[in-house]
Design a protein around this ligand. Structure first.
Ligand code: SAM
Length: 269
């Protein structure tokens, strides 16, 4: 568990230090040239005009979960793995001055960048916390909605994440997540690639397994909607994930997808 966490932390600390997007235009954090199949264009919908270019270039996401979260003024929101803060800022705009957004991340460099972006963006209702998504530093039943963008696949203990998310949500609270899922089973060699784990692929759950884990944590009305199938070329995969054997990479070519995941904590809880 600690090995995976350390590799993930190192990767994102380095990427934000170099101040470039994981996968946005130009060179991706994974090393490949050209537009990245995961991050490219994820904010082209309604949010784009609200986002300063500099912050857009620090996005490491795979979707736009805040757009789908139906946030209302006055709500309290938690962004898991908030990175440089983009989704937390979008949420901050939605919930307004009477609401509150917590961004949680384990990487010092991300927290520092997010805080500096927050001051620039001028949002007083957003606060960044350092910690693990498997051990959320917030009280039981304290948030209305949890959002997250391409983070849960990175966790070595997803059951703990879902348990914690369920705990901190108020009864009737909801989740709106963008994450990577596998659409079919993939070989162990893909799962064993640390480069691919830190690159948001190897740790992804199968679509059904994702739903089952959410239900086991107590969630209802679980929906998993694939939004973009990743059509990686073999060259791209080998360049992005050098420790993945070529034959396994062939299997990964179109096995993963970005997805929007929503669910509700029952009112009776
Ligand atoms: C792929 S980046 C996504 C960042 C941000 N959500 C975005 O869309 O730009 C993953 C982020 O999650 C953080 N992270 C990964 N695993 C974590 C964990 N177990 N606990 C807390 N933060 C974690 C990393 O430090 C990194 O900032």
């Amino acid at each position: 568990m600690n090995d995976i966490r350390d590799s993930v932390r190192k990767k994102y600390a380095e990427a934000i230090r170099k101040n470039r997007s994981c996968c946005g235009s130009g060179t991706s954090c994974c090393g490949s040239q050209g537009p990245d199949p995961i991050t490219e264009g994820i904010y082209d919908g309604t949010s784009r005009e609200k986002i300063p270019d500099a912050v857009l270039g620090q996005s490491f996401g795979c979707g736009s979960p805040v757009e789908m979260a139906g946030l209302k003024p006055g709500e309290t929101v938690l962004d898991l793995g908030s990175g440089a803060g983009l989704d937390a800022f979008l949420a901050g705009g939605e919930v307004g001055p009477s609401g509150k957004v917590y961004g949680l991340d384990m990487t010092d460099e991300m927290i520092l960048t997010a805080e500096s972006n927050r001051v620039h963006w001028g949002l007083d209702n957003v606060e960044f916390l350092k910690g693990f998504i498997e051990d959320i530093p917030l009280p039981d039943g304290s948030v209305d909605a949890v959002v997250s963008n391409c983070v849960i696949n990175l966790s070595p203990d997803k059951d703990a994440v879902f348990r914690e998310v369920f705990r901190v949500l108020k009864p009737g609270g909801r989740i709106s997540l963008s994450d990577v899922v596998f659409l079919r089973p993939v070989p162990e060699e893909i799962r064993n690639s640390i480069d691919a784990w830190a690159g948001c692929i190897a740790g992804a759950l199968g679509k059904e397994e994702y739903a089952d884990k959410l239900k086991a944590a107590g969630f209802e009305d679980v929906r998993i909607t694939p939004t973009r199938v990743y059509e990686f070329s073999l060259g791209q995969l080998q360049e992005m994930f050098p420790d993945m054997p070529g034959a396994a990479a062939l299997d990964a070519k179109d096995a993963a997808a970005g997805a929007w995941i929503s669910a509700v904590k029952p009112l009776s809880c």
